[in-house]
Design a protein around this ligand. Sequence first.
Ligand SMILES: *[C@@H]1O[C@H](CO)[C@@H](O)[C@H](O)[C@H]1NC(C)=O
Ligand SMILES: *[C@@H]1O[C@H](CO)[C@@H](O)[C@H](O)[C@H]1NC(C)=O
Ligand SMILES: *[C@@H]1O[C@H](CO)[C@@H](O)[C@H](O)[C@H]1NC(C)=O
Length: 304
Amino acid sequence: MLSVVVFFSLPMLVASALKEVCVRPGQAATLQCWGPRDAHITLLEWSRPELVSQGYVFFFQDQRSYENYQHESFKGRVQLRDSSMKDGDVTVILRNVSISDTGTYDCQITTSSTRNGERVVKEFQHSINLTVTESVQINITAGQNVILPCRAPNIDSNSKAVVEWSRADLGKDYVLLYRDEQPDPGEQHPSFKNRVDLQDREMKDGDVSLILNDVTTADRGTYECRVFRRRTNRRKRAHLETDPISIITLSVVDPPGQTGGDTEDGVSRGHPGLVAALSLFAVIASLAIFIKLKPPPKTLTDDI
Ligand SMILES: *[C@@H]1O[C@H](CO)[C@@H](O)[C@H](O)[C@H]1NC(C)=O
Ligand SMILES: *[C@@H]1O[C@H](CO)[C@@H](O)[C@H](O)[C@H]1NC(C)=O
Ligand SMILES: *[C@@H]1O[C@H](CO)[C@@H](O)[C@H](O)[C@H]1NC(C)=O
């Protein structure tokens, strides 16, 4: 072929495509992306930047997709919303998401068309951030200790991560703010003083679950777990500026006619609520854990 190849790199044309998608584990996520309506799409690459060396999310070339170019974790879970790519729709549906699917997804399209006898190749790119939020209900009897599960893949005690546990009805007071490898007592709600800690301060395998001791009925509520990578030493909360990675609805009932004699060990037979919480955590813990975290919110980075 004697044709001249012109190479452009353009931002995506469709501004209305969603850039943030938030779903629950097990659901399907729709990752929207459009190319131009009128050009032939020769190549479509959906990728996660941090996984790209191990394969694509979805790879499509010359009218077909290639499963052998796909990252192991995406095989059998990704398909085009419209297999004919009508009007340049290269949106994909990612089924059965898990928390490890949280991260940035890049859509890259290469098109080819002919103008004045020349072959014109163009590239388009679009990014979407997907957040998969765990959501669980825990029922417990007052007086027990409970573990509220939260897992933040790609985090450990070396990551300088900031972990924030909050409850919406407490306003700006938090339940636990953990940074610089210790709890920050600054704006902790008084009712949680000396009652909460991370289950594992080492944050092994991204475990940032919260231990709440001696639960009372006043602890009822919806707890949210957020994790950020710290960028500055600025003492500022990032509260509510990112999606929570875990939402736990805690329901507390009074013990039925207190008989006493409970052991100190929270995992003893007399504590079904805690056992349930622990096994729930085990289920969450067994999920794959490689998540790219969202960036710290602007307040932590911009206005130093
Ligand atoms: C969904 O994914 C989980 C792992 O994340 C797996 O255990 C389960 O079997 C999957 N369910 C379906 C219907 O594929
Ligand atoms: C907790 O209690 C609610 C009702 O208060 C019930 O609907 C739910 O199934 C219970 N959940 C668990 C995990 O026991
Ligand atoms: C998505 O997240 C990345 C970092 O993980 C961030 O740089 C980017 O601005 C985010 N994009 C959108 C559209 O929110």
